[in-house]
Design a protein around this ligand. Structure first.
Ligand code: SF4
Length: 520
């Protein structure tokens, strides 16, 4: 398939002065973490995000007052010549969505909590009649909202998140990819029945494997019902630094490399404007791939009786000057479109079922710096490893230190869940609801727990979305109120509302009490 056809065809959605979908470029977006009631701070952050190169900026509107103040933020931005479209982020509060729809260019609602009050677990089974009645409730609430959006030329995003599905969906599907897809489809069907087409759709998860599988399932479900809404891609709670960049680039990039995705948000637990250069590099890498021939093929079938080894990493498990570990083969590429090149070589080499453990080596030009290699290698190896290619990873990049390359290899293997070698942090990016200084708290928690290999620790800024969205975290550190934190073991709150300065030692105690602590 030639590159010109490679992007999935979608409808166009106008958001203020820009278009998402159709033939429009992939749009970059970020989100403020200021209080939406603080006009000065929010305007300043929107400007910083716009200056970094974002096409769209989102602000949280947890209540009607915040939604109303978005009108003032919008007015102030236009006054100083900043025309970036604004998106209101709504959870649990349809009244705020109605207010925002008259003031900003786009409103994000969460199908998991727009009609339903959020998961109560009170009703865990529904008869078919009860289920149909629940679906009617969606229509009753969504149709008037779509009417206001239509009258004001406002687009919407239906943003489904792993961990915030309604009781209705949970009762039939559980917190599964199928449940997330159905949660989106229920709302999309109402939009289509109403002839409302200014819809962008997203399904996010912090687990990259779940996120990519679910988005692919959504695309299949939409295609089956002849729907072509543009897709917003993101990995939630990706964390910060290398881990955050790698998880986002693996998840978003492997979908973009398959032609899926029209707008992206790289979520980092850092200053929001830091997200844009990463997003830009990601799109640049995809454009470079797409300038070449795009080929797709399935990973080779592993013959019965062969157990695949845990993937090895160059420089960590074997010395590149000496050669591959015994019994391993090498497949390598230095092409811009290494993904297709490697897939083709696998298809040629293993078409007879004679599979051998294989290290994938991809070489990047000497002028690629560490940031560029981080994104490019995450996309290339991420796409291949998620699809089951390869038993080892070897990144060659003369412009980057060996130490950085080894760390990157391990982060890519971890993000694709092919090899777990460190603590996994499921940390939200923060928004106007955040109750503590996320970047610094995350650093402190990392300093105390980063030796706990394989443990998943959620660090979430608020109690509203935090506990649900920290997904499969083993432990959670969640902002409960100003200066107060609650601690979780799985989904259960174990320690409620303790002062923030006692929270890390108490978290460590909780991990010890449950036998998950090891000394460094
Ligand atoms: S979990 Fe984090 S990003 Fe999500 S709403 Fe709460 S503070 Fe905002």
């Amino acid at each position: 398939m030639a590159h010109r056809d490679f992007r999935r065809k979608t409808s166009e959605v106008k958001v203020g002065g820009i278009t998402i979908g159709g033939d429009a470029p992939i749009r970059l977006q970020s989100m403020t973490n200021t209080s939406t009631l603080d006009t000065e701070a929010s305007v300043a952050q929107c400007v910083a995000i716009a200056n970094a190169g974002a096409d769209i900026v989102r602000l949280t509107a947890q209540g009607v007052a915040q939604a109303q103040n978005m009108g003032e933020i919008c007015r102030r931005l236009r006054e100083i010549g900043v025309d970036i479209p604004l998106v209101a982020d709504i959870h649990f509060n349809p009244a705020a969505a109605f207010e925002a729809a008259t003031r900003v260019e786009k409103v994000r609602i969460n199908p998991g909590n727009f009609v339903d009050p959020g998961r109560t677990f009170k009703k865990l089974s529904y008869t078919d009649e009860e289920y149909a009645e629940e679906l009617k409730k969606i229509s009753d609430k969504l149709v008037p909202f779509l009417k206001v959006c239509r009258e004001n030329g406002t687009a919407i995003r239906l943003g489904v998140n792993h961990g915030s599905l309604s009781d209705r969906i949970m009762s039939r599907y559980g917190d599964t990819p199928a449940g997330m897809v159905e949660s989106a489809m229920e709302f999309l069907r109402v939009c289509r029945n109403e002839g409302f087409n200014d819809v962008v759709i997203s399904i996010k998860a912090s687990n990259v494997v779940v996120m990519t599988q679910t988005v692919r399932l959504l695309v299949e479900a939409m295609d089956a019902e002849d729907m072509h809404y543009p897709l917003h891609l993101g990995v939630t709670e990706a964390g910060d630094a290398e881990d955050g960049r790698v998880k986002s680039a693996v998840g978003i990039g492997s979908l973009l490399a398959d032609g899926i995705g029209d707008t992206i948000r790289v979520s980092l637990s850092e200053a929001p404007e830091n997200e844009i250069p990463v997003a830009r590099k990601l799109v640049e890498h995809i454009n470079r791939i797409a300038s070449d021939e795009i080929e797709r093929s399935e990973a080779p079938k592993i013959p019965d009786g062969i157990t695949r080894p845990v993937p090895v990493a160059a420089g960590v498990d074997f010395d590149v000057a000496v050669g591959l570990p015994d019994g391993y083969e090498l497949v390598e590429s230095h092409r811009a479109n290494a993904i297709s090149d490697i897939r083709r070589q696998f298809a040629e080499r293993y078409d007879t079922g004679n599979y051998k453990p294989t290290v994938i080596k991809i070489s990047y030009p000497a002028d690629y710096d560490a940031d560029r290699v981080t994104v490019a290698a995450s996309v290339d190896f991420g796409s291949l490893l998620l699809d089951g290619f390869g038993d080892g990873i070897w990144i060659e990049a003369p412009g980057v230190s060996a130490e950085k390359l080894h760390s990157l290899e391990m982060s890519i293997l971890q993000a694709t869940r092919r090899r777990i070698s460190k603590t996994e942090y499921i940390a939200c990016p923060g928004c106007g609801r955040t109750l503590f200084d996320l970047p610094s708290v995350l650093q402190t928690i990392k300093a105390g727990t980063s030796h706990l290999k394989g443990l998943k620790i959620g660090v979430m800024g608020c109690i509203v979305n935090g506990p649900g969205e920290m997904a499969d975290a083993d432990y959670g550190y969640v902002g409960a109120a100003s200066g107060c934190v609650s601690l979780y073991k799985g989904k259960e709150c174990m320690v409620k509302n303790i002062p923030a300065d006692e929270a890390l030692p108490r978290l460590i105690e909780l991990i010890k009490e449950n036998g998950d602590w090891v000394d460094e």
